[in-house]
Write a protein that binds this ligand. Sequence first.
Ligand code: ATP
Ligand code: MG
Length: 448
Amino acid sequence: MRIILPQDVKNIIECLNNCGHEAYAVGGCVRDSVLGKTPSDWDITTSAKPEEVKDIFSKTFDTGIEHGTVTVLMNHVGYEVTTYRIDGEYEDGRHPKQVEFTASLEEDLKRRDFTINAMAYNEREGIIDLFGGMDDLDHGIIRCVGEPEERFGEDALRMLRALRFAAQLDFDIDTKTYDAIVKLAPTIEKVSKERIMVELVKTLVSDHPDKMRVVSQCGLGKYFLPELDVMFATPQNNIHHCYNVGEHTMHALLASPKDKVLRLTMLLHDVGKPKAKTTDSMGVDHFKMHPQMGADMAVTILRRLKFDNDTIGRVKRLILWHDDRPALNEKSVRKAVVRFGEEAFPDIFAVKRADTMAQSEVGRQEKLDYIDEFQRIYEDIIAKGQCVSKKTMAINGKDVLDLGVPQGKMVGQVLDELFKEVVSDSDLNDREYLLNEARRIVENSGGK
Ligand code: ATP
Ligand code: MG
């Protein structure tokens, strides 16, 4: 099997070879090349010590020098060149206490997590596959290098990585590896939330985000997203639904674009349903207020998982409004834009479509037609430049001050009132009219 290496990678390997060192492309880039996918980056493993790598190349950075990694800059692109190493004891399921350099490629490949990630390649020797990685790629299997329990014992994050790769590649997890995950699931608690978050996002934005089902089934979810287990245990006896909340969520994930915020939104859009659920005398389930409850829960969950405030804010907003349906006319849609916040657009349409596609087929076409029309009206409003934000009102705070209104609360109140009028009727966004209105409001309030 031949892999086409980028010219820079060939050059780096050749330079190292010419100086008497072994060097190979390794890990994810070999895996992705064999699968015919474009690797996101090219990592190089070498027998050269970090200092030797730095002496050979003119432009380098000490990215992770204590772990043997030097970044080599070639034509403005950075390549991580890492010295063969053996990872020492893992202190706490988190960090190797120390790393030890070695002269053996085999030792370096042995420390890697899965067989499909433990292959090396260079043009002289072709693929070096010591653990059956090619076979596992062929059969679509994620399998630990060595004893799964031992490997997960060294670094518990590998359990979640197994599921992440399964989601990205649509692979199955080998039985022994899976059983070890089930057994050691509680040890995921030793892993920092930041590392968990990275794997969670990669799983969600993959081609198979529904592998989150397996995250729950294998017992890992319980330790960082117990809400998902509860969703899977919540049936929805209602004509609009054909799945329990968890299954509905998996289908909604599959139906949404591969975007971090949108996938997080779909993952959590109905997280409030278990708490909101009531069952009427006919046995039909209702979920009043679930968007509000869900939006609050999502904030707690995403904070716990150390997401940034911008992501949390965007997801919260989309969850809060995912079930809101304004009447299909310009005035109602303008009001909806103000109510949801402009930032919710146009994402809210993708959220609504994904949600609808994951519901029962009852009324599906009507629901989709409604969303199309909602979006058409929204786009029309934007195209016509109708005012849906105070920023585009024909007068501003300074104009109100110039009318003689003293600095303070009153200025905002006047603007709020005018904004309401303008959102109700776009024709009123006229400077003269608004200045007169402002005067009238001030006079009526007695200037207070
Ligand atoms: P991606 O396409 O997401 O970058 P990748 O396979 O390159 O996938 P990285 O996290 O970049 O994944 O890691 C690079 C390589 O380092 C892996 O292919 C694997 O060989 C090894 N590796 C990474 N993390 C671990 C870990 N926690 N335990 C053991 N080996 C690991
Ligand atoms: Mg990588």
